[in-house]
Every structure is written in C-alpha cells, then in structure tokens.
Design a protein around this ligand. Structure first.
Ligand SMILES: *Cc1c(COP(=O)(O)O)cnc(C)c1O
Length: 431
C-alpha cells in the first residue's frame, strides 16, 4: 500500500455530479414550449399579477406539502429571502440577528432592505446559530432572527422561539438547504413566521434557479407578492379600496418553464431525501470508527435531509492539520471541502462597511447610534470551523453508491495509517 500525496502522485478525481432531471421534467418543459406562454406574469393588478398556471400549481403543491396557508414562488431563494425581510416591514434602523456561517445571500437579504445584519455565533454540534449567542446580541433595534437551517438540518427552534417570544421578535427561516427536513416532527420552514426554500441547481431539488416563500400570515404573503412583481403599481387600486401598503417591488418572478420543472422535482422530493438519508447515515456509521473525527450526528428530533455532509477533524488527536488531510484526500482522487464559508462579516462588504460607492449607509448613519461590530474574533466557533476544523464531503450523494463511500473511508484509513509520514511531510512543507 502507498499514499499518493507522499509519492507525488495524483489519482483521477472521483466526482460524480448529481443529476436528478429525468423524462418527466423534459416533458413538462416541452408542454410549456408548446403552449407558448413562457410566463403569465404582468406587473399590474388583475388576473396576471400572480402568474400563470404552473406557477400557481407549484404554489398549491408546496402549500399542501408543508400544510401552510401561503406559498409565494420567486426566481431564486435569494430574492425570496429579500422579500421575506421586506414582508415583515423591516428597514432602516432595524437589526436582524443571523448566522455568519451561511451563504452570503442570507445576510444580503437584510442589507438590501437597508437594515443591518448582526452576527451571532454557531453551535459546534449543528453548525446552526447558537441561541445563547442570539440572546447576547439583542438590542432595542432587533426586529427579527433570521435562522439558517444549515446542511439540511434544523436550527434549535425550541430555544429560538422562546427567545423570540420573550423579546417580541419575528423569525425567518432560511431553509434553502433543508427542504423536507423536520424538527420535532414539523417541517423546517414552517416553524418561524416565514420560511424560504431554494430551487437553485445545487439544492436538494432544483429547477436550475428558483425559490419559494411559505407563511401562514396573510399580510406577509401579500407583501411578498408585492415585492415579487412591481407591487407599487398595484397600490393605486388598493388606495381606491382605502388601503395602502408601503412597498417597492421588482421582478422576482418565476417563469412557467422553471415552475414546470420544479413541480416535477417536487414529486421526487421524498425519494431523493430517502436516498440521501440512507447514504449519509451509512457514512456516519463508518466515520464513527475514527477517534479523531467527529461525524455529523443529529439529535433524534432533527430529521435532516443532508444537503452536504460536514464532519470535524480533531487535529490534536491525529497530529496533522486539516490542510494536509485535504491534500492527501485530493491526491487519492477524493477531494473534500475545507471549512465551508468564510464567516460573512470577514467579507470586504462588512470589513469596509460599504455597499454603495458614495455612502456608508446603512452601516453608518443616524439610524444606527451604537454601530454594529464586524471585527475578527466576533464568532469564534464559526471562525474555527472555517479556519481549521470543518471538512465537507458530497460522497454520499447519488449517483455515488455505498461502495464509493467505502472507498472514501479506505482513503481516510490510509491517512490514519500514514499519520507519522504525513506529519513529517507537513513539517517539511511548512513555511
Ligand atoms: C442557496 C442558498 C441561498 C440562496 O438561494 P438561491 O436560490 O441560490 O438564490 C440562501 N441561503 C442559503 C443557506 C443557501 O444555501
């Protein structure tokens, strides 16, 4: 036996791209093409304000699945998140507490409403926002908690809801990675005031691009519809009815083509989740044999759908750094991700506190007396995960099979066996 990294070899990369699009999606798209009506939205009040029959069918399907009163589709999860913040009436002078360990879209949704994201640290068990840290970050300006259901699992809503109730805060769930996951027997996305899912190509199910917002609140759903489709023009008719909703919208509409694909993908959701769960649980079972690895084990009431598979390495225990492990795995043909995302406040946007060319609004303005901090060291757990602890793999995702997982595990075993040699290699290559 030999180890590729130490021999200067590179084995072919063993990556099998997931591919869940089948004949059903193709037929659905063709049917839209034959209709010729690729979108049935119009930016004015009336029958076309809410889109066409596929958009409406998708929304019906999602309402039924989640058991919620409203589903509003969007052209992405990001635009749905932005609309969710707007739907709650959050704006300048407001703060929203969120996780820094997520895709940038989570926090940008807050900034795009001219409110400020306040970053709370994450829990080292779920990698989701830590309720203790949420509580420490509450100020008189805090209006909501935007919790992210990361990696296909759920944040700790028992504690988050308790905090929200005590401080009169709203809850938005960024459920982009966790469609179909359940927490204490309830679908994630339906636990907070508003939940958002994504149908982007990389998510559990997808339509290339797309997103959806779910809520039980009539007003939030209506405001989301206004944001989705140039809502300011609809207001004219509302004023005639004696009502006014302050809002400015845009074009965040989903096309009939994308809706048609999403409808078919949704029908496959349960099967896709089942396959992912089985494979991920097998991977957990295998990883448990290594004393220097912390597998991704969720509490029994947190039924994850495994967007990706995160695990931690205990460098002190194995005596090699994550970087060396990653180089060794890659050389064997099994690349892994190092650290997921850089904690968002370390991005130049937050470090420089600038989102416009000529203004530091909303970071610095009369609306924010005390200022919000984005300095390094703010969220030590998130920083440690990013810098040295966390490893991400997709080896459990179909079309990979259990035997691919076995091969992945045999590479990890090999790294364990060559730990002394890898330690020497690490010393030699350090500068
Ligand atoms: C993918 C993702 C989004 C954004 O969804 P898009 O559909 O890509 O815009 C937001 N939050 C998280 C956590 C995501 O993973």
């Amino acid at each position: 036996m030999s180890i590729a990294l130490l021999e200067g070899k590179q084995n072919p990369i063993r990556e099998k791209a997931p591919h869940s699009i089948g004949k059903e999606e193709k037929a659905a798209v063709l049917a839209v093409m034959e209709d010729g009506e690729l979108s049935h939205f119009l930016g004015r009040s009336g029958e076309m304000f809410l889109g066409g029959k596929r958009v409406k069918e998708l929304e019906r399907q999602v309402r039924e699945y989640f058991g919620v009163a409203h589903a509003v589709s969007f052209n992405s999860g990001s635009t749905a998140l932005q609309a969710a913040v707007a739907a709650l009436g959050i704006g300048p002078g407001d703060e929203v507490i969120t996780s820094p360990f997520t895709m940038s879209a989570t926090a940008s949704a807050i900034l795009l409403n001219n409110a400020l994201p306040v970053f709370a640290d994450i829990s080292p068990d779920t990698y989701c926002i830590d309720p203790v840290s949420i509580e420490k970050n509450i100020t008189p300006r805090t209006k909501a908690i935007l919790a992210v259901n990361l990696f296909g699992a759920s944040a700790d809503y028992e504690k988050i809801k308790d905090i929200a109730q005590r401080h009169k805060l709203k809850i938005i769930e960024d459920n982009a990675q966790s469609i179909g996951a359940a927490y204490q027997g309830r679908y994630t996305g339906t636990i907070g005031d508003i939940g958002v899912c994504s149908f982007n190509f990389h998510k559990i199910i997808h339509s290339g691009e797309g997103g959806i917002l779910v809520t039980n609140n009539d007003r939030y759903a209506f405001r989301a519809q206004l944001v989705r489709n140039h809502g300011e023009v609809v207001i004219d008719d509302l004023i005639a009815q004696g009502a006014y909703e302050p809002v400015v919208g845009s074009n965040y509409r989903l096309s009939e083509l994308h809706a048609a694909i999403a409808i078919e993908q949704f029908k496959k959701l349960e099967r896709i989740i089942h396959e992912r769960r089985q494979a991920a649980e097998y991977l957990t079972h295998c990883l448990k044999k290594f004393s220097w690895i912390v597998p991704y084990e969720l509490e029994h009431d947190n039924a994850g759908v495994y967007y990706v598979y995160p695990f931690r390495i205990l460098s002190g225990e194995i005596g090699i750094q994550r970087k060396t492990l990653a180089r060794a795995m890659e050389a064997e043909g099994f690349p892994v991700g190092e650290g997921y995302q850089k904690p968002l406040y370390l991005l130049p946007l937050y470090q420089r506190e600038k989102m416009f060319l000529n203004s530091q609004y909303p970071f610095m303005s009369l609306d924010y007396g005390h200022g919000v901090k984005y300095s390094k060291g703010l969220c030590p757990v998130a920083e440690s995960m990013y810098e040295k602890d966390l490893v991400i793999t997709t080896i459990f995702q179909p079309p990979n099979t259990l035997s691919d997982i076995d091969e992945f595990i045999s590479v990890i075993k090999k790294i364990e066996e060559y730990r002394e040699e890898l330690r020497e290699y690490e010393k030699k290559t350090a500068h």
